[in-house]
Write a protein that binds this ligand. Structure first.
Ligand code: SAM
Length: 283
């Protein structure tokens, strides 16, 4: 078989290289360079500004955890806001919860939505749910304009540096808290503790300072740098369920990653991460 083209994500002194067999889409949008490839082994690949956002091989891990963990933490969620998440994967997982009446998404880049709907239907099928309401704009402005509005907010953003920069600051996290309804829960993409410990520490310091309950979970995603990515989970509710139990029967058959055990394990960390989180709590 002829060799394909090797594509690398190279950032911060660390690289990941995948073999691609076709370049399906390429566009410089107003916000970022968007590329979608077919890979030899890992299904479709979405890159933004040269950074891997998802592959068909392991996107289920990230999307299941980002969606089901916060939704199953809330005792009775009715609506959810996704900030970022233009590929539709978190929406796809949220759509499996029949209790949710409205699935809002605020994505800054309409070109990401269009490209994913066209070339990544396995992921972007999340948009087909009639409960989805699409808002195109900056998520940090959107939460400021919607106080007391959402039961769950999921921040599925790119890394700091590009358009995602405002989604990593203290003002944004304060606005997230204000945008929640009573009992609301947030979950936010919070980077790898191996690669970006300073960002992990800063985000956990913020959530600890701003919310009554906060914790940090790690998801195994082989194609993200260091093979894992973290999420902050936080709430002001006193009855928050950090080790929430049963998965609804209708959801169970669709799952490949999330389970009560995988969820519990995601909050159990090696010593260096525990020490980082302890430092955040003491700050
Ligand atoms: N999970 C992925 C990762 O960490 O690699 C992120 C996937 S998702 C494609 C990230 C989305 O966040 C992108 O489509 C990007 O356009 C969007 N985004 C970045 N900054 C944003 C902002 N300020 N407001 C709303 N969406 C934003």
């Amino acid at each position: 078989m002829a060799e394909g083209t090797w594509i690398s994500e190279v950032a911060g002194g660390y690289g990941t290289t995948l073999e691609t067999t076709a370049h399906l889409f390429s566009k410089k949008s107003r916000y970022q360079q968007i590329d979608i490839y077919e890979t030899r082994k890992l299904g479709k690949l979405l890159m933004l500004d040269g950074i891997i956002q998802l592959t068909g091989f392991d996107e289920f891990a990230y999307h299941e955890m980002m969606a089901h963990l916060p939704v199953l933490t809330h005792p009775a969620p009715r609506n959810v806001l996704v900030i970022g998440g233009g590929d539709g994967g978190v929406l796809r997982e949220l759509g499996r919860h029949r209790c949710l009446e409205e699935l809002h998404i605020c994505e800054i880049d309409a070109d990401v939505i269009d490209a994913c709907r066209r070339f990544l239907p396995e992921t972007a099928c999340g948009y087909d749910d009639p409960r989805v309401r699409i808002h195109v704009g900056d998520g940090s402005a959107f939460v400021k304009e919607h106080p007391g509005s959402f039961d769950v907010i999921i921040v599925d953003s790119t890394d700091p540096g590009g358009p995602g920069e405002p989604l990593f600051g203290e003002a944004f996290y304060r606005d997230l808290k204000t945008a929640l309804r009573p009992g609301g829960v947030i979950a936010s993409q919070s980077e790898s503790p191996y690669l970006l410990p300073d960002i992990v520490l800063r985000l956990n310091m913020l959530t600890h300072k701003i919310f009554a309950y906060s914790d940090y979970a790690v998801i195994q995603v082989p194609t993200y740098p260091t093979g894992q990515i973290g999420m902050c989970v936080a709430s002001d509710a006193r009855d928050v369920r950090p080790q929430a139990g049963a998965v609804p029967a209708a959801l169970q058959t669709a799952l490949r990653y999330y389970s009560p055990e995988a969820r519990a394990g995601a909050f159990l960390h090696p010593l260096f991460v525990d020490r980082l989180l302890e430092k955040a709590r003491r700050s």
